[in-house]
Design a protein. Structure first.
Length: 251
């Protein structure tokens, strides 16, 4: 099936964090399918090279830690060397679930450091380029947990609520420069991060009970939304948190 012109990304270059696996990998592949070239950012070179091998020369691996400003600046510099950087997808993230009263504060710090600080640093570094060029797209990967609460996930919920707030603030700030800033907020998706969670049959049953559509999401369902938000078809969409949750939040 051919891609409508309004969804094509030919001639554009994207930077995708967390691109070595899961949602980040799926987003990178989707953008490449739409015609973009992609700088793939994560901490594991082996994973990045495996993703790049699937992209027919459209993927360029770069190892970086999104919590380190110098790493982020270097990644953006490298991305600019590969093409006209016009798209940024923040998919790097982590989770450390557990009862709040028992949770090590170091786990809370890690979740906030990666999910909030990392997203902020990448948005700022890429945003400087996009504002200067007079337009572009930023898409943050949030979660349905940015709209609701869930027991044992206080740190994660707090981090994703923060990502949603950051998304809306930057959308307003950068709108005069034709830079759109949006987020996708998926429900539970089967990825390397969530797979161990679903080995607990009771937990999986509870998740499925809360999703009106009755199933776990697929990475392709999230990456398709990211590709849309990166495309010309979404030129008037900004400051939005697109829930891809099977109806969880509508319940």
């Amino acid at each position: 099936m051919s891609t409508p012109e309004s969804l094509r990304l030919d001639g554009q270059h994207a930077l995708v964090t967390g691109a070595g696996r899961g949602l980040g990998k799926a987003c990178a592949l989707a953008l490449a399918e739409m015609g973009a070239t992609v700088t793939l950012v994560a901490r594991s070179r082996g994973e990045l090279e495996a993703v790049a091998a699937e992209m027919d020369g459209r993927g360029f691996p770069h190892v970086a830690d999104v919590t380190r400003p110098e790493d982020v600046a270097a990644a953006v510099h490298v991305a600019r060397g590969h093409g006209d950087l016009s798209i940024c997808v923040n998919s790097a993230g982590t989770n450390r679930p557990g009862p709040t009263l028992d949770q090590d504060v170091a786990d809370f710090d890690l979740v906030m450091d990666v999910n909030v600080r990392g997203t902020y640093l990448v948005c700022r570094a890429a945003g400087e380029v996009l504002v200067a060029r007079g337009g572009g797209r930023v898409i943050n990967v949030s979660s349905q947990m940015g709209s609701v609460g869930y027991p044992g996930r206080a740190a994660y919920c707090a981090s994703k609520h923060a990502v949603n707030g950051l998304t809306k603030a930057l959308a307003v700030e950068w709108a005069p420069h034709a830079v759109t800033v949006n987020a996708v907020a998926p429900t539970f998706i089967e990825t390397p991060l969530t797979k161990p969670m679903f080995e607990d049959a009771e937990f999986k049953a509870e998740v499925l009970r809360r999703i009106p559509m009755g199933r776990i999401g697929r990475v392709e369902e999230v990456s398709a939304a990211v590709a849309f938000l990166a495309s010309p078809a979404a030129s008037l969409v900004t400051g939005q948190i697109l829930l891809i949750d099977g109806g969880w939040v509508a319940w």
